[in-house]
Ligand binder design. Structure first.
Ligand SMILES: Nc1ncnc2c1ncn2[C@@H]1O[C@H](COP(=O)(O)OP(=O)(O)OP(=O)(O)O)[C@@H](O)[C@H]1O
Length: 245
């Protein structure tokens, strides 16, 4: 691949001091994410996957190494997390295990809110939210509040919200953990389509090995380190891809 990476994590470490002991949650991790790539982070509980997402997502600073976006180092030890807030909002969309939608807002309002916070006028934000939700198969659910949506639908609204300002990088921490296998598969196929169509780089931490075929690359963690990287590009995947998002 000749394009340059969206995200480069270089020799990143995150050590926590716990009394006399140092917990090496992340211990010298390097990898890149390119536009259009869907990268899976796998590994046993406690291996550092969530910590890696916090560091890559600029929610925590590394205690060693650095994180670069589009070739520019943005996060390193001693930096300022507060100073990264605006950059993070523009460049990274987050999806978590729970959709965490605002319960008294409709699906469209939940998505539009992100844009309005970014000073997009209400009518334009609403239109963009409607289009995005329709593209994610929720055109009939625009005015439903979260309680009237299934878990899979709620998660799709959360994905729409994460995509609303078109970030080049999407980070997801176990986004299918609360879903049954059919809905979990649908959500993972949606990530695949978003990577293909929008050319976003997507990193998904997952314990769900039923959708591993959709990933371009699987990065396996153990004890805060990368112990294996499996290239899983198209030849290994079924030829048919889901439709456009
Ligand atoms: N804030 C913290 N303070 C101290 N130790 C921490 C902190 N955050 C994480 N750890 C430790 O770092 C290690 C890695 O944790 P992390 O949550 O990144 O693992 P994980 O692979 O995401 O696990 P799981 O699959 O269970 O979510 C664990 O031993 C954890 O207890």
């Amino acid at each position: 691949m000749t394009r340059s990476p969206i995200l480069s994590v270089r020799d990143a470490a995150r050590h926590y001091q716990s009394g006399e002991t140092v917990i090496r949650a992340l211990d010298g991790v390097s990898f890149d994410v390119f536009p259009g790539e869907l990268v899976g982070i796998v590994g046993p509980s406690g291996s550092g996957k969530s910590t890696m997402l916090l560091i890559a997502g600029l929610l925590e600073l590394p205690t060693g190494g650095c994180v670069a976006f589009e070739g520019e180092i943005v996060s390193r030890p001693g930096g300022s997390i507060a100073g990264l807030r605006d950059f993070r909002r523009r460049k990274i969309g987050f999806v978590f295990q729970k959709a965490n939608l605002i319960p008294f807002l409709t699906a469209a309002e939940n998505v539009a809110l992100v844009l309005q916070i970014d000073d997009v006028p209400a009518a334009a934000a609403r239109l963009h939210a409607e289009r995005l939700l329709a593209a994610l198969g929720l055109g009939e659910r625009l005015d439903n509040r979260p309680a009237r949506l299934s878990g899979g639908e709620q998660q799709r609204v959360a994905i729409a919200r994460a995509l609303a300002n078109d970030p080049p990088l999407l980070l997801a921490d176990e986004p299918t953990a609360a879903l049954d296998s059919v809905r979990g598969r649908q959500v993972m196929e949606l990530f695949r389509t978003i990577a293909d169509v929008r050319q976003a780089g997507i990193v998904v931490v997952t314990h769900d090995n039923r959708s591993l075929d959709l990933f371009d690359r699987l990065v396996e963690f153990s004890d805060g380190r990368i112990v294996a990287v499996t290239d899983n590009r198209p030849a290994a995947r079924p030829a048919s891809r889901p439709g456009a998002a």
